[in-house]
Ligand binder design. Structure first.
Ligand code: SF4
Length: 689
């Protein structure tokens, strides 16, 4: 028995899926993953996990893993050595840079990769290629939340911790489905609601699990959240329920802001949002009476043309009611991927260096130029959306993309795939031969989190270490090692031997990480940024100051934006979102037996009324058409959705059923986040049942 256990290895890791950031031990024997064992020491989840964290690991040993570099020869891909692949990449990127300039190249980073890997990716883009054209998938999800918070309170992160959410008097969830997208966080809310009588209000088009449990479930007219938020805020002010001392001492912009609310009367809001006057009053009263209000939001708010403005309205409401800078209160944009927070924090964004210091700030650039020994580009680069447009205009010639299934997850995917065909040179680095890889010239085999060391940052700004449990499969390598090899072929002389050296460099340059070291993160320890040089971290933001030079927050007036509608013939509203058992395009979860067994495919939710009207039943096959494409999907008749609103699960491995065949290229005005949630379609019933 001793022999047997001695061959079993236990390694602390951090979940590779959602932004909750659960950590646990993974038990391995050779390459076999025996079990996931949560431990009481885990700072976020203690002994809990969800089904993905527990059963979602088979993909690591999938026969479909890439184990060698591949190079395109005509219509085929052939196996190549690392030397051949690296030489080709260096010479092609070098040529393109020479011929068209550094801004003809773009880098797409990955929120499935570590902080250190995102740090080295932005350094590669800026210092080696010489461009700020670097972005990550937060552009598809929470960039509007970041922008809304930066306008008002100064930091694009959760105000406090998951503990604060669980301890709040009132939790308001807007356009998010935590029970499926952030399951362990949702269990905290469910428990607080049940045991402590925490109050819960849910705004969503679907009556999902938290909606069912809420004290108040509200179905607003799609795309009208800013209106009810503004009306509730105005009503609170009109009642004299605003936090006058807090507003006087800590907040700027009161008069202009109050003037901007004038039109948002209860009647105006009731008419446009479909929420009854009495309910609007009830919401205001619940906020007024609560001992601390937390507002949680996700894609239902951000993926609209007015996504940044609605996120701003959330921050305004919380400022007016004094719900910042105190425990058990504040703004909580729920981060999707396990490291989408970290990818942004470590600078894979076109306008921000690591730690949210502006690219355009001369002093910031000078600091990095000294440290890196290069001259840096001065202007912000292109974001994901702009890169696609620049390809179609012939301005962007080459792209280096890692850990991102852009061909399926970017909106209007027919258009995106068409743009990829026009690239002169395309490198894709991933675990699998993805849909996106089909358009590549070189495909590089990367290693998942279980095969490397690093850190991830969860939705609470909590940085946690994960440790290597397995060797990289075949010839695959950790993403940071690959990026260093490519950089060195292109003339850099980097010599990072371990991710801790990348973290040390980032900490020496970005003030919010000043005190982050691998020693302080050893084992189950974690740090919530900003982290001072002495190692003290910040579970609760804005205790004394907001992140502006005068230390005061700013109320920021915003106006409602009419959602996009393609025309009357598209008579059904189509919403989309996640499933508990699968993650995004499903490249990892559909390769995990335990999950695929539970949920083998996507489906379309249709209301009972609509099913009756169109003669549909569960299992019917329908075609949905938008101006941008069509999909074929199976129907599930349900009471979760109502009337002419449909819901398509976004996790699919069938490109013919992928939601983004239907979505448009319209986007949030400020951040260019696609308006995935503003979609209308028409539906035909197909013969097959
Ligand atoms: Fe992983 Fe999120 Fe599930 Fe936790 S809640 S186990 S982080 S997917």
């Amino acid at each position: 028995a001793a022999m047997r256990t001695s061959r079993i290895k236990r390694t602390k890791t951090v979940c590779t899926y959602c932004g909750v950031g659960c950590s646990f031990e993974v038990w391995t024997k050779g390459r076999k993953i025996l079990k996931i064992e949560p431990q009481a020491e885990a700072p976020v989840n203690s002994i809990s996990t969800c089904v993905k964290g527990k059963f979602g690991w088979d993909f690591v040993n999938s026969e479909e893993r890439l184990t060698h570099p591949l190079i395109r020869k005509g219509d085929r891909f052939v196996e190549a050595t690392w030397d051949e692949a690296l030489d080709l990449i260096a010479s092609k990127l070098g040529e393109i840079k020479q011929k068209y300039g550094p801004d003809s190249i773009g880098v797409i980073a990955s929120s499935k990769c570590s902080n250190e890997e995102n740090y080295i990716a932005q350094k590669f883009a800026r210092a080696v290629i010489g461009t700020n054209n670097v972005d990550n998938c937060s552009r598809y999800c929470q960039s509007p939340a970041t922008a809304g918070l930066m306008r008002t309170v100064g930091i694009g992160g959760d105000a406090g911790t998951i503990h604060d959410i669980a301890s709040a008097g009132l939790v308001i969830v807007v356009g998010a489905n935590p029970a499926e997208s952030h399951p362990v966080l949702a269990t905290r809310v469910k428990r607080a609601h049940k045991l402590r009588d925490q109050k819960l209000i849910v705004f969503d088009l679907r009556r999902h699990e938290l909606g069912e449990r809420a004290d108040l479930y509200i179905h607003p007219t799609p795309g009208t959240d800013l209106i009810w938020m503004s009306a509730v805020t105005k009503y609170i002010i009109d009642q004299g329920w605003h936090d006058q001392a807090f507003l006087r001492d800590r907040v700027n912009g009161w008069e202009e802001y109050v003037a901007s609310l004038e039109r948002y009367t209860l009647d105006y809001a009731a008419e446009r949002t479909g929420i009854a006057r009495e309910q609007l009053i009830q919401i205001a009263a619940m906020i007024h009476e609560a001992d601390g209000t937390c507002i949680l939001w996700a894609m239902g708010v951000t993926q609209h043309m007015g996504g940044t403005d609605t996120s701003t309205a959330i921050a305004n409401l919380l400022l007016v009611t004094g719900n910042f800078g105190r425990p058990n209160a504040g703004a909580y944009p729920l981060r999707g991927h396990n490291n989408v927070q970290g990818a942004c924090d470590f600078g894979t964004m076109p306008a921000w260096m690591p730690g949210y210091e502006a690219v355009q700030d001369e002093k910031v650039r000078a600091k990095y130029e000294r440290a890196w020994g290069v001259k840096l580009p001065e202007q912000p680069g292109l974001n994901n959306h702009q890169m696609v447009e620049a390809i179609t205009k012939g301005k962007l010639k080459a792209m280096y993309l890692f850990g991102e299934e852009m061909a399926l997850v970017d909106s209007n995917s027919n258009h995106v795939e068409h743009s990829f065909e026009q690239l002169e040179f395309f490198v894709v680095q991933d675990l699998f031969f993805t849909r996106t890889a089909q358009y590549a010239d070189v495909v590089l085999p990367a290693a998942p989190s279980l095969e490397k060391d690093g850190t991830f940052t969860n939705t609470e700004r909590r940085v946690q270490r994960f440790y290597q449990a397995l060797q990289p499969l075949g010839d695959s390598k950790p993403d940071w090692e690959i990026l260093q090899l490519v950089a060195n072929r292109m003339g850099a002389a980097w010599n990072y031997r371990h991710p801790s050296e990348l973290m040390a460099e980032a900490a020496s340059l970005a003030p919010i990480f000043a005190g982050v070291t691998y020693e302080r993160l050893e084992g189950w320890q974690s740090l919530l940024w900003p982290v001072a040089a002495d190692g003290s971290d910040t579970p609760l933001l804005y205790k004394e100051r907001f992140a502006f030079p005068d230390g005061k927050a700013r109320l920021f007036p915003v106006e409602w934006t009419q959602p996009f509608h393609p025309g009357e013939e598209y008579d059904l509203h189509l919403n989309n979102g996640r499933l508990l058992e699968h993650f995004h395009e499903g490249n990892m979860t559909y390769r995990s037996e335990g999950l695929t067994h539970k949920v083998p495919r996507e489906w379309l939710e249709v209301s009972t009324e609509l099913a009756k009207e169109r003669g549909l039943e569960s299992g019917s096959l329908v075609r949905l058409t938008s101006p941008y494409g069509h999909v074929k999907v199976r129907v599930e008749v349900t009471d979760t959705v109502q009337g002419k609103e449909l819901y398509l699960t976004m996790n699919t491995r069938d490109p013919e059923a992928a939601i983004n065949r239907l979505t448009s290229s319209y986007h949030d005005k400020i951040t260019h986040t696609p308006n995935y949630k503003e979609m209308s379609v028409k539906m035909e019933v197909l013969e097959d049942k």
